[in-house]
Design a binder for this molecule. Sequence first.
Ligand SMILES: [Ca+2]
Length: 398
Amino acid sequence: MTLETNHAIHAASKTKHTTLLATYVTLQTIPLMDIEKYSRNLISGPAIILYGGEQLKGCKTFLSLLMVIVFSLSVFPLAYSTTTIVDFNSRRSTPLVGQVFIVNVTVSNVINLSSWQTVISFDHSILNCTGLSLPPDHVFSGYSVFFPPPVINNENGTVKAFCSLEGTGSINGSGKLCTIQFQAKTLGVSSLNFINIMMKQSDGTYLLNPDMIVIPFEAAIGIVEVSASGFQANIFNVTQDTQTYQVAVSTNSTVTNFHFNQTNRELGFNVTGSDGTTGACIVTIPKALLNSTLIALLDDTAIRAYNNLTHTLPENETYCFTYLNYTHSERSFKILLTVSGDLTGDRKVDVRDVAIVAKAFGTTPDLPRWNPLADVDNNQKVDVRDVSFVAKNYGKQL
Ligand SMILES: [Ca+2]
């Protein structure tokens, strides 16, 4: 973790330029807990340089200082020209079904951070959020903070946390904001999204300086791929407009006859496994190939629709993801580009699509008439919202 107090920087800026540079690097190497002590050294002593916790002397001092300055010159311009990023570490998690795992929320290259709030959405049909805490090395560790209990909502799939330094202090640098614990409920893929980015409101994700002004930042997107034991990744090269892309099929089945048809905007393959056993696959598709509104067909029957308008297509900056369970035999699997509201895979929205939602109307996953295809917004119930989404798109075609 690289962190500095403004206090330390301010003190350093009063000393010679070389000292400032040396200070900058030295501060990067010391734990945050030592910063307060270090700041006092800067203020009280004339240019005391600490390196690895020891005071440097004589010739060694000069050589070491020279090395530090050379190193500083190479990193110094970067440190102040990079964008502030709020991110997940890891950006991609790959737990097995049932597994508990953690994702850190991080910030990098922030200046003058005094408080933060994150509101993160996840797919509650795939993940359960089981906790959110400040790790021992969080960005404000060593200082008094106000950290109200996080708000976890596994019905809607959101988790919210706020943390503020007490008093008027602030920190610069990079580090962890908080640690979120999830349990993987079922096979599938969930995006992790920061919501209402840079909006200072009760359900917003924001960073604030001591004057309560929002600090601009870019937010990354996290991906959680929940698979089961025995899954293997199969990578296929696909060429489109002379560019080559890679599609990954992670599955416990054997994959054959993989193909991509650029004109039809369709990819497909066959899956086989021991008869009667359960198969599943997760398909990772570059967004340059297929994007936004997709439908999956098993043996030419539509079984699941994915739509970025209803947040049911998991995606990050580069890839989108589809996933499917099936009973093994020789099966063909297709993913097509289609229009919003198409639930049959014929790339138009008509009475047949309305009928699919009508037939499953009023159901939840525990009922026999349940059809995940009809749950357009993936809120685990087929209700008026699903009907109105299809109705709104009635008559559209690709
Ligand atoms: Ca629904």
